[in-house]
Design a protein around this ligand. Structure first.
Ligand SMILES: Nc1ncnc2c1ncn2[C@@H]1O[C@H](COP(=O)(O)OP(=O)(O)OP(=O)(O)O)[C@@H](O)[C@H]1O
Ligand SMILES: [Mg+2]
Length: 242
């Protein structure tokens, strides 16, 4: 088991946002987390990446408590891709993909550059290596952010609504890149509202509602035979809006 989350609890002020979350992830799995706004999806990902602290429970990564790990090292092994890209705007595309490798993984410039170029090729951004981040479209930025994360050779990548900030015509290119990343065998947890994509890419769906995991099921079962009224309502609402 690459990730074991046990009895995770998190409150903001008096609001309990994660209520006793239990979730196990095997190496190589691709899991989509679905659920309505405010259900706690981002908070869960942020706890796994130590961007949020938590009030109770444990998160084990490769059998070790993440609270005992060095934060930068942990984040190189558990990558995160954000809705809003979070690139370094003062660095060009290539440097964005090199800096973490040099600073955290202690690689030489040459090694870091070779890995960056290879990874930018995978995401279809080879022609943009010397471009400034500000010159890129949203879809291109997100592809660079995915490459930057992959350059650290993470064991897991967490995606938090990677296409939600994009113009509709750019959603497809980013989703296709994520499918290619899946082919590298890296474990992925993807929070998304793209149901068709979730169906295609994931083997398991975790459905969150009000701080609780209501369903944790193989993807096909989840969509064909949702167990819960709340899930049926969620899927129905989605079908009506698309
Ligand atoms: N830093 C914070 N301070 C206070 N409350 C917060 C903070 N971050 C999140 N919350 C609250 O926690 C709840 C869960 O938020 P979270 O962002 O995890 O939901 P989500 O499922 O990711 O929603 P969305 O689909 O809109 O992104 C919400 O009620 C939110 O207002
Ligand atoms: Mg969110």
């Amino acid at each position: 088991m690459i990730l074991e989350i046990e009895n995770l609890k998190k409150s903001f002020d008096n609001q309990e946002v994660l209520k006793d979350i239990n979730l196990n992830v095997d190496k190589g799995e691709v899991i989509c987390i679905l659920g309505s706004s405010g259900s706690g999806k981002s908070t869960l990902l942020r706890c796994i990446n130590l961007l949020n602290n938590y009030d109770g429970g444990t998160i084990l990564f490769n059998g070790k408590n993440i609270l005992d790990e060095n934060v930068n090292e942990l984040r190189s092994k558990i990558g995160m891709v954000f809705q809003s890209f979070n690139l370094f705007n003062n660095l060009n595309v290539l440097k964005n993909c090199m800096v973490g490798q040099i600073k955290v993984l202690k690689k030489s410039k040459e090694e870091a550059k070779a890995k960056a170029l290879e990874t930018l090729d995978l995401v279809g951004m080879s022609d943009f290596v010397n471009k400034n981040v500000k010159q890129l479209s949203g879809g291109q930025k997100q592809r660079v952010a995915i490459a930057r994360s992959l350059c650290m050779a993470p064991d897991i990548i967490l995606f938090d609504e990677p296409t939600s900030a994009l113009d509709p015509e750019m959603v497809g290119e980013v989703l296709n890149v994520i499918k290619k990343v899946k082919d590298t065998g890296v474990t992925m947890i993807i929070v998304t509202h793209e149901m068709q994509f979730a169906k295609e890419v994931s083997s398991r769906v975790v459905f969150m509602n009000d701080g609780v995991i209501l369903e944790d099921r193989p993807t096909k079962d989840f969509f064909e035979n949702p167990a819960n009224d709340r899930t049926r309502e969620f899927l129905k609402r989605y079908l009506e809006n698309n």
